[in-house]
Design a protein around this ligand. Structure first.
Ligand SMILES: C[S@@+](CC[C@H](N)C(=O)[O-])C[C@H]1O[C@@H](n2cnc3c(N)ncnc32)[C@H](O)[C@@H]1O
Length: 432
């Protein structure tokens, strides 16, 4: 068992302490997270000079080494993404950083090998700006897993593992992307003849080709790229600089709602669109108006970002594509949701509505639901719903095993199994 993560208070205290030394909160967050990141990559042998960082200079040296290890990490040298380059940390501030690294294991393996899962959570805990102004809130792996079972898996069954493409247009530090990477790499088509044998390297390249992400937060994007590379390298038991440089790491920094030039945001391209989009309202009035204009079908009144993101997710999908989202349920209760519910959603094929408002999702204060759609006109006359009766009786020690979530996930998986059985029986009948 690995040691627990440092507490939220420990993260906050560290940032305050370092900010006094480096002059800004942004630079303090940058130093704290870069120390954790360089600790992670040296501990797991991802870059050449090994040994844990033991001074501010060592953090910068390892970070520079990491930046040169793969083209997609070059922006680790950009002070707009990593402000520590323009804000030196004094040696006297180092012990606080070292104590932080010692106070909980940030380098522990996540559910899958060296996936940097805890590094993602640490960024959320360290950066109040990412949490408050961009709504960074990590999607736990047990939720990501279900979202992908409902979207990426059937999409892969349909178009095949070589062709399938998924995107998370608000990917944060990459929790959903990492889960999608593993799911794409280990894909086995159910009930059919085994797929042709793929070498480990080929399965990694195929998974990297499947997975795409975009986020507004420059550093989160770099972290998501690092996590995909570190996971790939660890599976092959090599350093990041030994991975083929042409392997795609398709995670871009852009405003997904407004940037029409970002190639990863090309409309009608993805077989599965999966996300946990931001639920906040935009504070800046000009930005709010621009989004309202671009997403006039859904953005009414004091709309939260979840609504334009829903339209965007539908636009990113191929015709018939699968869209799975964990989103705020506020649109069901407030006036701004009227147009969305009455005019926008009925044009699409709603497959499932899962009430997750009673599920304990760490960090998510807002009541949520999961919506599953196919981007096509409505078909059939049934929608599978799971309605919440009550919340968790107490905060579960392991949220993935909470009573409400377990009951919901079991009901959904039972339904998926029944659908598959029905499909298999129909196929057998057709053959006979
Ligand atoms: C709830 S978090 C997403 C978590 C992520 N899906 C995961 O796998 O853990 C919301 C993310 O939306 C991003 N975001 C907010 N506004 C955005 C925009 N206009 N374009 C792209 N990303 C945006 C934030 O930076 C944040 O990372």
């Amino acid at each position: 068992m690995s040691t627990p993560l440092p507490t939220a208070r420990t993260h906050e205290r560290l940032v305050q302490h370092l900010a006094d030394d480096v002059g800004s909160t942004a630079a303090a967050v940058s130093w704290a997270h870069a120390a954790a990141l360089t600790h992670h990559c040296t501990r797991h042998g991802m870059v050449y000079p090994s040994g844990p960082p033991n001074s501010p200079d060592a953090v910068r040296t390892v970070l520079a080494e990491l930046a040169s290890s793969h083209p997609s990490l070059a922006d680790l040298l950009d002070p707009r993404a990593v402000p520590l380059w323009t804000a030196p940390l004094s040696r006297s501030a180092w012990p606080a950083l070292r104590d932080f690294l010692d106070s909980g294991d940030l380098t522990a393996d996540g559910p899958h090998r060296v996936d940097g899962y805890r590094l993602g959570d640490a960024y959320q805990a360290l950066s109040a700006d990412a949490r408050k102004s961009r709504a960074l809130c990590q999607t736990p792996p047990w939720i990501a897993e279900l979202l992908l079972e409902l979207s990426l898996e059937p999409a892969t069954d349909e178009v095949g593992p070589q062709a399938v493409r998924m995107i998370d247009p608000a990917c944060g530090t990459g929790h959903i992307l990492l889960q999608a990477f593993h799911s794409a790499r280990c894909y086995r088509r159910r009930g059919r003849a085994p797929a042709p044998y793929l070498s480990t390297a080929a399965s990694i390249e195929r998974a990297l080709q499947t997975v795409h992400g975009v986020d507004l937060d420059r550093y989160a994007v770099l972290l998501a790229r690092y996590r995909l590379l570190a996971t790939s390298a660890s599976i092959l038991k090599v350093r990041i600089d030994s991975l083929p440089r042409f392997w795609p790491v398709q995670v871009a920094c852009a405003d997904s709602l407004l940037d029409r030039d970002e190639p990863l945001l090309e409309r009608g391209r993805y077989h599965a669109v999966v996300g946990n989009p931001p639920y906040i309202t935009v504070a800046d009035a000009r930005q709010r108006d621009l989004i309202r204009k671009a997403y006039s079908r859904v953005a009414a009144g004091k709309y939260p970002l979840g609504l334009p993101f829903c339209q965007l997710m539908f636009e990113l999908a191929v015709p018939g594509g699968h869209v799975a989202q964990l989103t705020s349920n506020a649109f069901m209760k407030r006036e701004f949701g009227r147009r969305f519910i009455e005019q926008f959603l009925p044009a699409y094929d709603l497959r499932m509505v899962l009430d997750t408002s009673g599920v304990h999702i760490p960090g998510h204060g807002t009541p949520t639901l999961i919506l599953l759609h196919r981007v096509r006109a409505p078909q059939g006359n049934t929608v599978f719903t799971v309605r919440g009766v009550r919340g968790e009786p107490s905060i579960p020690e392991d949220p993935a095993r909470g009573k409400v979530w377990s009951a919901l996930a079991e009901a959904v998986r039972r339904r998926l199994a029944e659908d598959r059985l029905r499909e298999a029986l129909n196929t057998t009948r057709d053959i006979a």
